[in-house]
Design a protein around this ligand. Structure first.
Ligand code: HH2
Length: 273
């Protein structure tokens, strides 16, 4: 699969997170201003990012939805500037079809839908625009998802859910090879659920062949280490490396330079066999 100039070629690629928000759980408020966000995008590219994921709405547990006009104002100027300037592709992290459409018009090469293509209008948008998309699993919505998440077979349930969303997209004219699946670490999951999804990540390759893992600095790392968000880089690198060695094509991370080095090592190991 190709995302703009990036070919998913069997190595694990680094997606740098750029949250143009006041309230994201780790970097909220740091890159809320357009110029600061553009500068951060440039910095992540210089640090070796393969792709930059721009978001304007926090999806941390309990987060409220952001009005469309505000989300548009946050992300579109940043995407337009970075897509025009950088050689690496830019993606849009949004659950809203109109934002995805505006982002692609501004130069985004990938739609990252944490809503998992549950919205038929998002499926129609992806089909119409012909760009690749990430289909992420979430139980409920960010406002409700951590209220007693429940599965009878976490890996089987998430796999079946993703396969169903992919089938729905295919039925609407989206090519399966254009879709990347993501088990949605932290989105309506307990620690045990997250660990199971990480341990059996390779299972998800069977759905479309493309897998994304987003584990960076999330709270399950605190459950294992006691570390606050600003001290979770070591755990995040362990998670990204584990993901790279069990089949992730892309890891979505806050710390590009450190993860770049970890992925260079993991990819060398992956290719050595
Ligand atoms: N996680 C977050 C946001 N978008 N997209 C995908 N595909 N996978 C993920 O795991 C994922 C995602 C949450 O992380 P972050 O953007 O750092 O925080 P916030 O939602 O508070 O902005």
């Amino acid at each position: 699969m190709r995302i703009g100039s990036l070919e998913l070629d069997g190595r694990c690629h680094v997606m740098g997170i750029l949250n143009v928000t006041p309230d994201s759980f780790y970097d909220g408020g740091r890159y809320g201003a357009t110029e600061a966000a553009i500068a951060r995008g440039r910095e992540m590219a210089a640090h070796g990012a393969d792709i930059i994921d721009v978001g304007g709405e926090s999806t941390r547990p309990g987060a409220p939805s952001v009005p469309e006009a505000e989300e548009h104002e946050r992300v579109v100027p940043v995407i337009a500037a970075l897509a025009a300037e950088l050689e690496i592709p830019v993606s849009i992290d949004s659950r809203k079809p109109a934002i995805a459409r505006a982002a692609v018009a501004a130069g985004a090469a990938l739609i990252n839908d944490v809503g998992g293509l549950r919205d038929p209008e998002m499926i129609a948008t992806v089909a119409d625009l012909g760009v690749p998309a990430v289909v992420m699993h979430m139980q409920g919505t960010p406002e409700t998802m951590q209220r007693d998440p429940d599965y009878n077979d976490i890996v089987g349930n998430v796999k079946a859910w993703l396969a169903e969303r992919v089938a729905a997209a295919e039925a609407a004219g989206v090519a399966r090879e254009q879709l990347i699946v993501d088990p949605g670490i932290g989105f309506g999951k307990t620690l045990e659920h997250n660990l199971a999804l990480m341990a059996w990540l390779a299972e998800f390759r069977a759905i479309t062949g493309g897998v994304l893992l987003g584990a960076s600095r999330k709270s399950w790392l605190e459950a294992l280490s006691g570390a606050a968000p600003e001290l979770r880089l070591p755990g995040s690198l362990a998670a990204a490396t584990a993901g790279a060695l069990t089949g992730a094509d892309i890891v979505r991370v806050h710390d590009v330079a450190a993860t770049r080095q970890a992925m260079d090592v993991a990819n060398a190991l992956r290719e050595f066999k």
